[in-house]
Design a protein around this ligand. Structure first.
Ligand SMILES: Nc1ncnc2c1ncn2[C@@H]1O[C@H](COP(=O)(O)OP(=O)(O)OP(=O)(O)O)[C@@H](O)[C@H]1O
Length: 232
């Protein structure tokens, strides 16, 4: 459903991706792993139109991906950045309403009610300001907002970063539920156990390219790849 073919991208003069190719398939979870600075976040930002694609192409659902972030979201990709980017001065309800109004509708698969079923903790915090939420609640809000965009593909950048183990476990169970419901996802993650227990497929990024790809079971059994490219 999403295909990156030999993409090159970076920040101004600084090139970070050197011919990176990968495929994310419908109904499956792809984990993108790699050491700090390998180019994982840069890959996601390039997919989302936040960094210019210098060379190569990106195909989503059989068509070249749009150039502008809003059009990419409209086409069906929801992106939860590392920074979560919720609106701190708005309440939980207002944060969710913004996405529901823009991307919802009578036919929408994800409604406010359904999202709050998945994240009951948010239902208890609807009138709290974004800034009053814990890190885990902010992450839940960011994912809930992504779901209300009714995406075909949900992209998450380091969802467990900075979260306590008990919240990581809760998040894991929630994402597993979404996966079992058939949601396609791409997850960039430093937490190897978290990522490989959720993922079907795995790519490892090193120095701006994909250096290994296979299934989650294969990488769990491959200590050499773990040691060489992930430092696990
Ligand atoms: N805004 C920026 N301007 C210039 N260089 C950047 C910028 N952001 C990241 N880089 C550089 O791009 C390279 C890849 O960064 P990227 O964030 O994609 O890595 P990553 O694999 O996601 O790792 P991390 O887990 O640290 O986020 C790094 O060398 C980083 O220093």
């Amino acid at each position: 459903m999403l295909e990156l073919n030999a993409i090159e991208s970076g920040y101004g003069e600084t090139q970070v991706l050197y011919g990176l190719s990968l495929k994310a398939q419908k109904g499956r979870v792809l984990a993108v792993l790699g050491r700090n600075g390998a180019g994982k976040s840069t890959t996601l930002k390039t997919i989302m139109g936040l960094l210019p694609l210098k060379s190569g192409d990106i195909v989503f659902d059989g068509a070249p991906i749009a150039a502008q972030p809003f059009d990419i979201a409209k086409a069906g990709i929801a992106y939860v950045p590392e920074t979560r980017d919720i609106f701190p001065s708005l309440t939980v309800r207002e944060n969710l309403d913004l996405a529901a109004k823009r991307f919802g509708g009578p036919q929408a698969e994800w409604t406010m009610e359904r999202v709050l079923d998945v994240f009951p903790r948010l239902a208890e915090r609807m009138d709290n300001g974004g800034a009053q939420l814990s890190g885990g609640e902010q992450q839940m809000l960011a994912i809930a907002r992504g779901l209300l965009m009714n995406p075909k593909l949900l992209i998450l950048d380091e969802p467990t970063e900075g979260l306590a183990p008990i919240i990581v476990k809760l998040l894991h169970d929630t994402l597993q539920e979404l996966r079992d419901g058939g949601l396609s996802m791409v997850i960039v993650e430093q937490n190897f156990g978290f990522a490989t227990s959720l993922a079907d497929d795995v790519v490892v990024v090193g120095k701006g390219q994909v250096v290994w790809s296979g299934t989650a079971a294969e990488i769990r059994g491959n200590e050499e790849v773990q040691r060489t490219w992930l430092g696990v």
